[in-house]
Write a protein that binds this ligand. Structure first.
Ligand SMILES: NC(=O)c1ccc[n+]([C@@H]2O[C@H](COP(=O)([O-])OP(=O)(O)OC[C@H]3O[C@@H](n4cnc5c(N)ncnc54)[C@H](OP(=O)(O)O)[C@@H]3O)[C@@H](O)[C@H]2O)c1
Length: 299
């Protein structure tokens, strides 16, 4: 364990709530593994305190930030510089305090891309169906649109999917093949038949609603890779049914680790120890599960 000193670089997560976050576990495991004099903490910052928190970051010289809900968009106005992809996507989840200038990045899209690659899935030339048009889908869709042969965005509120598809075409040009539609069985059935990759970027299936799934199991097939970005629970109903259908599956922890790894690389300039980060997260999740089970047993 590295001793904390006056030279230790401080990185922090800010969001509301942050008490359940795995990021301190993941990042501190990586710093410790590489013997880096960094420490990572989490601050619960409400929307009305965001401006004061960023003044605090500047005043205290906090070196790096991760930003989570609900601040990924509202933080932008307090930053000095935006990286190209953060500007395009309109969302920031990572900040580097470079010579007292706060630079905003987004690693959600590259986190999803690297989660696919880590599982041996190359999105280049593939037909990808993504469910949802919220913040996570925005980042993933912008990133994968550059690789996919065809990207289909399906969302409950169809206007949001249409807007996102239009934003992507405006930013990347008409050469990208992006379409939008409603998250409805008739569209899912038609689009999934010849799709290569299905990504769930909605919150359907997330705890406590983990008996729900966004896709009927008879639409799933063995030529699909099914990537559910939800990581609570780790095995969603969609992932379970995809496995039964013979599909390759990728869980949300992989994206969490890879987006964290990309943040780590921005702060340290070093390659992130992904396996160490993953092991630390799994250990923490198992402990939390045991703790919760223990609590239930006690009752
Ligand atoms: N693994 C990771 O690293 C990672 C990173 C970021 C997010 N996530 C997870 O991704 C999920 C989405 O996050 P986000 O930040 O994009 O949230 P968000 O901006 O609030 O978007 C939520 C999306 O889910 C859809 N949705 C919610 N409830 C629905 C329902 N009952 N039926 C149909 N559609 C529904 C929304 O559709 P409407 O537009 O119609 O409301 C919207 O498209 C969350 O579960 C989050 O935990 C994981």
């Amino acid at each position: 364990m590295i001793g904390i000193s006056g030279r230790t670089r401080v990185c922090a997560l800010i969001g509301d709530p942050v008490w359940h976050s795995l990021s301190p576990t993941i990042q501190n495991a990586a710093f410790e593994h590489l013997g880096l004099d960094y420490v990572y903490v989490a601050f619960n910052v409400s929307a009305e305190n965001l401006e004061k928190a960023i003044l605090g970051v500047r005043g205290l010289g906090i070196y790096g930030l991760n930003i989570t809900m609900p601040h990924k968009i509202s933080i932008i106005k307090y930053l000095d510089i935006l990286d190209e992809s953060a500007r395009r996507i309109g969302s920031v989840n990572t900040v580097l305090n470079r010579d007292e200038r706060l630079v905003g990045y987004t690693t959600d899209g590259v986190g999803a891309l690297n989660a696919l690659r880590y599982a041996g899935v190359d999105p280049s030339g593939k037909k990808i169906v993504i469910l949802g048009a919220g913040g996570a889908s925005r980042a993933i869709s912008f990133t994968l649109a550059e690789y996919a042969r065809e990207l289909i965005i399906l969302n409950r509120t169809v206007e949001r999917a249409v807007d996102l598809a239009r934003n992507i075409r405006d930013a990347l040009g008409d050469l990208v093949n992006v379409k939008a539609g409603e998250l409805a069985d008739r569209n899912l059935e038609r689009e999934l038949k010849d799709a290569d990759i299905l990504i769930n970027a909605t919150s359907i299936g997330m705890k406590p609603n983990d008996s729900e799934t966004p896709v009927r199991c008879d639409f799933l097939h063995s030529n699909l890779t099914v990537f559910d970005i939800i990581y609570e629970p780790l095995e969603t109903r969609l992932i379970r049914e995809a496995r039964i259908a013979g599909a390759k599956t990728i869980d949300g922890l992989s994206m969490l680790i890879h987006q964290g790894a990309a943040s780590f690389e921005i702060w340290t300039g070093m390659r992130a120890p992904v396996e160490v980060m993953k092991e630390a997260a799994l250990k923490k999740m198992r402990e939390a599960e045991g703790y919760n089970r223990g609590m239930k047993d006690d009752w």
